[in-house]
Design a protein around this ligand. Structure first.
Ligand code: HEM
Length: 281
């Protein structure tokens, strides 16, 4: 399964093919900030919407209702299941409503992904150059190139996994990065001046983020390392460079500089980033 993700869905070539979608979605948030015309914008909401739309479009051509379903799943997985630890006490999970909720969520997500696959089987054109991930998985299923039967439930699970693993992580890292830049105007200035990026400046740096330096492992390392690393790094660079290049930001609200985290699977910033943006001269 992992090799399907690495070789077919998230390879460098595939990431290049999604350039148009990345640029469209980035242009949309730039437009929204410009349209706010100097009034307060919630940067956290904008970045969450951007990554959700982007990954949904790449995964399946359009957004469907993924955000709602994945949010329900993520919330349910943080609930404590007694039966997971003491199987003879599973009745407690039934009593607490956990099992009913799990069944409901399963049905909701299964119906959703069944619909996504059906639409793809019955062919549609969502305007993505090349194929989206569902198309690719259906092709792999047809030509049996994996050496095992890629069943429909597996395709649903992969798409759910891509969306679940790719959206929250990417938007959260962007939110933290913007938050840190706004707290550190000197670094923001440096980025603005370099916004046309000189990637070669990293050539002589001994540090990388791909898993060979154990002091710094944002994407994990080794067999369990993140297969979406190129995908995420490309989005992060494009969005951050565009925001820094186009705007000057002023923080708004009493919690603007508060970098507290929430609980949960992903370390979200507790308070949203509110800013007023003016064009960068
Ligand atoms: C800044 C953004 C991202 C960060 C920081 C990140 C981080 C990580 C980390 C640390 C893991 C390893 C978890 C473990 O040890 O089990 C992981 C796994 C994974 N990531 Fe990412 N990720 C990001 C974006 C993405 C994107 C965009 C996708 C796909 C579109 C993705 C897909 C996956 C998948 C499928 C796994 C599971 C791999 C496995 O279990 O073998 N990630 N990610």
């Amino acid at each position: 399964m992992k090799s399907i993700c690495v070789l077919h869905l998230l390879s460098s070539k595939q990431v290049q093919l999604y350039r148009q979608v990345r640029e469209d979605e980035t242009a949309q948030i730039i437009r929204k900030i410009q349209e706010a015309n100097g009034s307060v914008v919630n940067m956290t909401d904008l970045l969450v919407t951007l990554t959700n739309n982007l990954i949904a479009r790449v995964a399946s051509g359009k957004a469907y209702g993924f955000q709602h379903t994945v949010h329900r799943i993520a919330k349910a997985t943080t609930r404590f299941s007694v039966g997971n630890y003491f199987p003879s006490f599973t009745w407690m999970d039934r009593l607490s409503g956990l099992l009913r909720e799990a069944d409901e969520i399963f049905k909701e997500s299964d119906d959703l992904f069944e619909g996504v696959i059906e639409e793809h089987v019955n062919k549609k054109d969502f305007g993505i150059k090349g194929h989206d991930l569902v198309d690719i998985l259906l092709e792999i299923q047809k030509d049996k190139s994996t050496g095992f039967e890629l069943e429909r439930y597996m395709i649903k699970a992969i798409i759910l996994n891509m969306y679940g693993a790719g959206t929250d992580t990417t938007s959260t890292s962007l939110v933290w990065a913007i938050g840190e830049l706004l707290r550190n105007p000197r670094v923001m200035k440096e980025l603005q001046q370099e916004a046309l990026f000189r990637p070669e400046r990293f050539l002589n740096s001994p540090m990388d983020y791909i898993g060979s330096h154990f002091e710094y492992l944002p994407f994990g390392a080794g067999r369990r390392g993140c297969p979406g690393i190129k995908f995420a790094a490309t989005i992060n660079e494009l969005v951050l460079a565009n925001l820094a290049y186009k705007f000057e930001f002023a923080l708004e609200g009493e919690h603007s500089l508060d970098m507290s985290e929430t609980d949960g699977m992903t370390a979200h910033k507790k308070y949203p980033i509110l800013v007023k943006a003016t064009l960068y001269e």
